[in-house]
Ligand binder design. Sequence first.
Ligand code: TYM
Length: 344
Amino acid sequence: MRIVSGIQPTGNLHLGNYLGAIKNWVKMQDDVAAQGGQSLYFLADLHAISMPHDPKTLSANTREMTAALVACGIDPDRSILFNQTQVPQHAELQWLLNGTARMGWLSRMTQFKDKSGKNREGASVALFTYPVLQAADVLLYQATHVPVGEDQKQHLELARDIAQKFNNDFAPKDENGEDAPVFTLPDPIIPPEAARIMSLRDGGSKMSKSDPSDMARINLTDDADTIMKKVKKAKSDAEPLPSEKAGLEGRAEAANLVGIYSAMTGQSVEAILAEFGGEGFGKFKPALGEVLVEKLAPINERFNELRKDYGALDAILAKGAARARELATPTLHAAYDALGLVRG
Ligand code: TYM
């Protein structure tokens, strides 16, 4: 079992990232260690330059996001934690995979359509080829599982398509004359209860780092007062909570808040509605705020300690990158060889 996943170091780590992905990263780090496998988690800084950005902010965010991941429980001794730029094999493999990825496949990516918006001519080429780099990120390590939120599912399907076409077109033969695939097809791992955490201001759009309103998200770095304020101001509706799950249908904001409570506590939605059914948000929101404060306070405290020492964070990244480069090299070489490129 080999787990690989990444996060862009743009802005703060928020509750959507945490419940959709990072909580699973931490859990899988233990599962995989117990089975003698390996987990690799990285800051996707090369992906971050596909949108307009400020270089100073990006380099600071790379350290801050490293601190946030360690604060959440990623252990740099058990997992390989690194920064994408420090493992140049990612960019090298992307170029090789550009020969296999099809324009039509990339044109169908919903993230490209959303992020380029109406100004497609003005979008960067990197935004278009972004999913090919993402495929390289996971294929480079023969990842078997990729823990992500729902919004990354389409990119993972593309990574599988690229791997399959590359294997079909270029797999060399082994000593028995059988095809020896260069890449493993990875499976996404998406948490059913927190696949898509929505904005606190609009139940129809996902919680995101790029939302201009900070009130739309809970950052893992928010203090207790800010969390309570954001939850109290979160959009809801005038109805009391239903006592059965079916009653949440068509109530996106209510469903999101109950979903967050469920993902944070591990209690089922049914059990939460058995407790709060019939109550209004005046009662439910403070309870949710308290759950969030209680669970996030230790992460916040640890984050504030870790971010004081960029030198120590850089040392974590340097060590992780050295281990990642070692794991990446055999697959990269196999891909060069399969394509007939002379490495010398
Ligand atoms: P990014 O940085 O946008 O988000 C990191 C992770 O958080 C998940 N996520 C969410 N989950 C539930 N609800 C939400 N509102 C929410 N918002 C974000 C994302 O699904 C993701 O798992 N392209 C990726 C980074 C990446 C990557 C990779 C991931 C680059 N290479 C290789 C996996 C494998 C991204 O921009 O994630």
